[in-house]
Design a protein around this ligand. Sequence first.
Ligand code: MG
Length: 393
Amino acid sequence: MENNVYTDVKPFLGISPDVETRKRRIVLLGATGSIGRSTLQVIRMHSSRLELVGIAADQSARELDDIADEFKVSHSVLFSREGIEGLIRLATLPEADIVLVATTGTIALRVTLAALSAGKDVALANKETMVVGGHLVTAAAKAFGRRVFPVDSEHNAIFQCLEGNTDHGSVRRLLLTASGGPFRNTPAEQLEYVTVEDALRHPNWSMGRKITVDCATMANKGLEMMEARWLFNVEPEKIDVVIHPQSVVHSMVEFIDNSILAQMSTPSMTFAIQHILMYPERIEGVHDSLDFSKLFTLEFQPPDMKKFPCLQLAYDSLYAGGLYPVAYNAANEAAVDAFLNKGLPFTAIPEIISHVLDCNLNYRLPDNIDDLMDAEAEAGSEAEKCLRSYIRL
Ligand code: MG
């Protein structure tokens, strides 16, 4: 593993020497979603150290105004009204130290690139950014000497496990843990009949609808493997998935001496968010630690790739490289939308993805964002075509 911008242990590049004595200034994109709300909890608790200077949300103007009032934020953007220009204005705000990107979809990729090129560090909670444009983000972070910090709980755990291990050749593999979702114990033959409500019932985490369905199909873990590949600059064969139903071990790193480091906490996103916003400092957390005075059990088991073909397809896409992960993501997005809104059966989601991956799209990875977005749109329209014939049946 080559040294890279994420796992080195250099001091936080966003800090100039005087910053330690003043508050760290944060722009929060996606302030009203589940990551946004957890971020506000962290900032509320540590208001003497953290300051919100900009917020954005897609909808919910009223909630955005309430947040602006409570945190005395001077820059607020409703991007359903202002579009990507509004988001980019916030992501490049001169007074910001770090931009937390928690908006959904690939719009976040453009915003992340804008923040890095304006000299901001990025705290990344959006998966698609790395899945679709990991090569562009990595190049931009290097070019502008900035860092991309992982807020996704699994990647944040890996980041924590890698801290202090400066020899990257010493890492054998990254072990992403997965709860297994609501259908971990559902017999494979019953998956055909599960409803949207069943899929939205996640055992441990409360999140948005799209990501909750992704957890149920295990596409979420597939996307996280792709994300890890770029965040930590590792080859696909060094990334594995382990089912861990309790969601207490957030991920692990295995070293070449067979030692394994794990990061644990109760399942709340506030841990990862605070770790990044305060990095490298540790201060009191929002939620309690694990209670070892009570009996509890941690289980681990291998994933069932046959029952969850979305995970196998993600492995295949990751190994194939090029535009395959982009096509995987676009097809999954279209299929999940059809499952949520158009009555597509749950088990058809991997079938749609598989169909799109088998199409003769141009799978060469473009090195500029416009061509990349075109390629993504092409995969998306292929998925739509496939969906139309599927839903007519
Ligand atoms: Mg995650």
